[in-house]
Write a protein that binds this ligand. Structure first.
Ligand SMILES: Nc1nc2c(c(=O)[nH]1)N[C@H]1C(S)=C(S)[C@@H](COP(=O)(O)O)O[C@H]1N2
Ligand SMILES: [Mo]
Length: 408
């Protein structure tokens, strides 16, 4: 594609913030510390987790950069950034979460294959198309969807499940080179009815927190599929294909599927499971490390909770006795504004922060679990959801705290 290159080595990687915890260097995978993660409701770009499968592409000429729309459509089209900037822009505050978030803890139960992550392979971003006239008042309103508008340009109306020529899925192809794809690009797809539903808020995003995307996060253009595991939000977009069957790429068919605990590398049959899309209800405590010593018994239990599919967080329960008794934490998205799940005034696709104060004895096991508006609850044990790829560890988050001197 003109104007953008996917390098095959790591000699042109961007600069990254030194405080990130690096889980793998090449490809670059890193997450912020727990305290950086909850330092603000909208995650600063520097602290946003970075999850890559190859070297970061280089855009040398934004004017020549374009994406092609083709496949089972009447007319194929080539779109340049100026064409995309012309479309109505929307801002969506959405949490992106890697399916591998909290994998390290799962691998302690039984070995799993994949990059290890603590609890911070997640972030809340404010993505938007360029602001233009008039529409500023709609920034906080969920409604428009960029991808649905882009697909209209090739004659696919809103809320289409199948095109006249039999297209049912929308495939996003990148420009990067991944070893899992034998040097080919990263790709994924979502159903056409989600892509053409303006209420699903699927974006072709070129801004993050009000700034142009940076290279790590997909400059110049990426997909954002709110409420769905991060793997479907393809970065460095090259083309969009309307296809009959879901994308056959590695990351849809041979990865990011949830298997039961009985499946191992000898008996796995990938085709028996569907690609994971929505993520389940999740929460984690960020104000305390997994094993830590605190000076006083009075502690603050603070963290994030989020669920997939736009399901809001109904409740977050915390315990200081390993889950025998619970109290409800307070929840908020913006300080001072009460959070109401499923309310038009709240950010539907975004996490909530929770907070509770507690007085703990000499040593305590602190636990958090969230409940979403469909009353889905996080599972108690890791073992019951263990899977060989170590994805979707949403088990109760537990931390062990002792009161005393750090160096004893
Ligand atoms: N082109 C491309 N898109 C990609 C990936 C990738 O390696 N290449 N990784 C995916 C995965 S697994 C996740 S979790 C998110 C991470 O996005 P971020 O790095 O902006 O946080 O991007 C997704 N999109
Ligand atoms: Mo991911």
């Amino acid at each position: 594609m003109p104007g953008i290159k996917g390098p095959s080595d790591y000699s042109r990687e961007p600069r990254r913030h030194p405080s990130l915890k690096i889980n793998a260097k090449e490809p670059f995978n890193a997450e912020p510390t727990r305290s950086d993660l909850i330092s603000s409701y909208v995650t600063p770009v520097d602290f946003f987790y970075k999850r890559n499968h190859g070297p970061i592409p280089v855009v040398d000429d934004i004017e020549r950069y374009s994406i092609s729309l083709r496949g089972l459509v009447e007319n194929s089209k080539e779109l340049f950034m100026k064409d995309i900037w012309k479309l109505p822009k929307y801002t969506v505050t959405a949490t992106l979460q890697c399916a591998g978030n909290r994998r390290t803890a799962m691998s302690k139960s039984r070995t799993v294959r994949g990059v290890g992550w603590d609890i911070s392979a997640i972030g809340n971003e404010n993505l938007r198309n360029r602001l233009d006239r008039m529409e500023k008042s709609q920034i906080a309103v969920w409604g428009g969807a960029k991808l649905a508008d882009v697909l209209k340009l090739v004659g696919i109306p809103y809320l289409t499940s199948i095109t006249q020529s039999g297209g049912k899925h929308v495939e996003f192809v990148s420009i990067d080179k991944c070893k899992e794809e034998k040097g080919g690009p990263y790709k994924a797809s979502i159903p056409l009815n989600q892509a053409t539903n303006p209420e699903a808020d699927v974006l072709l995003a070129y801004e993050m927190n009000g700034e142009p995307l940076n290279r790590d996060h997909g400059y110049p253009l990426r997909v954002v599929v709110p409420g769905v595991i991060g793997a479907r939000s393809v970065k460095w977009l090259d083309s969009i294909n309307i296809i009959a069957e879901e994308c056959q790429g590695f990351f849809m068919q041979k990865d990011y599927k949830m298997f039961p605990p009985t499946v191992n590398w000898d008996n796995i049959n990938w085709s028996t499971r569907r690609p994971q899309m929505d993520f389940p209800v999740q929460s984690a405590i960020c104000s305390l490390e997994d094993v830590c010593v605190v000076k006083h018994g009075k502690i603050t239990i603070k963290g994030y909770a989020v669920s997939g599919g736009g399901r809001g967080i109904e409740r977050v329960d915390v315990s200081i006795d390993g889950g025998k008794s619970w109290v409800e934490a307070t929840r908020y998205q913006r300080i001072g504004i009460p959070y109401i799940a499923d309310d038009s005034g709240s950010d539907k696709w975004a996490w909530v922060f929770f907070e509770a104060e507690a007085n703990i004895p000499q040593s305590a096991e602190i636990v958090a679990k969230a409940v979403d508006i469909a009353a889905n609850v996080q599972p108690e044990s890791i073992d019951s959801i263990w899977n060989l790829r170590g994805i979707l560890n949403t088990s109760w988050h537990r931390v062990q705290v002792r009161v005393g001197q750090a160096n004893l």
